[in-house]
Design a binder for this molecule. Sequence first.
Ligand code: ASP
Ligand code: MG
Length: 410
Amino acid sequence: MGLIVQKYGGTSVGSIERIKNVARRAVATKKSGHQVVVVLSAMSGETDRLINLANEIDPEHNRREHDVLVSSGEQVSVALLAMAVETLGEKAISYLGSQIIIRTDSDHSRARIMDIDGSRIKKALDNDHIVVVAGFQGIDASGNITTLGRGGSDTSAVAVATALSADVCEIYTDVDGIYTTDPNICNEARKLDRISYDEMLELASLGAKVLQIRSVEFAQKYGMPIHVRSSFTDCQGTIVCKEEEGMEKAIVSGVAYNKNEAKVTICGIPDRPGVAASIFSAISAQGIVVDMIIQNISDEGLTDLTFTVPKLDYDHALTALQNINQEIGARNINGDKNIAKVSIVGIGMRTHADVASRMFATLARENINIMMISTSEIKVSCVIAEKYTELAVRVLHQEFELAEETKIEN
Ligand code: ASP
Ligand code: MG
């Protein structure tokens, strides 16, 4: 007999009918001989609704009260599910984060889980219950309710699975797994059977919005396998796990894109120590997170610097730079919002030299200009004009033959 943690997202519990469907799945899993813990999100749209209410009172509302408010969405869904399970003749009990003691730090609305006491859940499981846990929430050392950031119930589920040494953490969502790219853009996109934590982290941070990044980091740290699958079908989804022998070692496993960034260029700044420090402290003082950074080789003592920021922060970033231009003395500060970042990701890249050049050649064949490039051990990203995103994704998907299952190379 195994222990399975199942997490269902907002769409999977978006109506009473769907909550009943989740109850049937949890009961079927229990009947097949497992202990079952279900972690839930709020019903779809609910967290947004609550945040809007708070913003109507005061956009700058108190963060402690924010968490008291938004955590309530999950209180509703767990109670409804526990009731639904009982109508099917199984025992169920719901718990809030504060009841099973999901201990977090005090960083309201983006708290981190420190520790989970699994004893209360274990006792309920041993008493033959299906245990239903409210995701997204915890409690700090002073007893305040905290929440883990948007999409945080994924992390709750992985943390609960880890605390209970579960066999697997299943994340049920409205897609049936992780795809080689966005199927809405490329109809040849293929569902992956397995993907390593490292690849998933690169793909997630690039906009494959299936799992909260933190949950993958957590799973990787503790070696908890995640099975991403659909709550609307019985198909196997994608297992996110340690890189293993026998795993598909595709050179490229996926093509991701991100249209949510803008680029900022500072031209003609003096090439001397301290300039980059001034620029990026001004940017980070605004709470703006920078992604790619490129600096030119200097010419006659002057250099150019280009970096990307979230599109939403673009105007703020430009203002922050104009405000310090006295100090840094740039000739010109400008930017472009109509860009996209297209990336190829794969652990097989470590052992293949020509991956980046193949990517560049593929884009060149379509006459797509590359504005910025960045690489990591298992990823190459190019910034291009936004209007070419779909084309770039499709031709890269084809170039690296992602539509076909890879032969296993060991
Ligand atoms: N309900 C929360 C949100 O919408 C947590 C989650 O769905 O994972 O962000
Ligand atoms: Mg979610």
